[in-house]
Design a protein. Structure first.
Length: 66
């Protein structure tokens, strides 16, 4: 997660959630284990890892600053 925030200059909390969802899927497809231990929840705007959401929720729609 920290890697994405450092490498992607304008990643918002919503974009981070979606990226984590795809990363989790590809990781599981290739290695048959989960990278992120938390359950992914289905929210109105897409997949959400609640711990990550609450950590970065103060940014709202703004890019996350590292």
């Amino acid at each position: 997660m920290d890697y994405l925030i450092c490498r992607c200059e304008d990643i918002t909390p919503l974009a981070l959630q979606k990226a984590l969802y795809y990363i989790q899927g590809f990781y599981y497809a290739f290695l048959e284990e989960f990278l992120i231990p938390d359950e992914c929840e289905a929210w109105v705007h897409g997949p959400v890892y609640s711990d990550v959401y609450f950590k970065y929720s103060s940014y709202k729609c703004d890019p996350i600053k590292n």
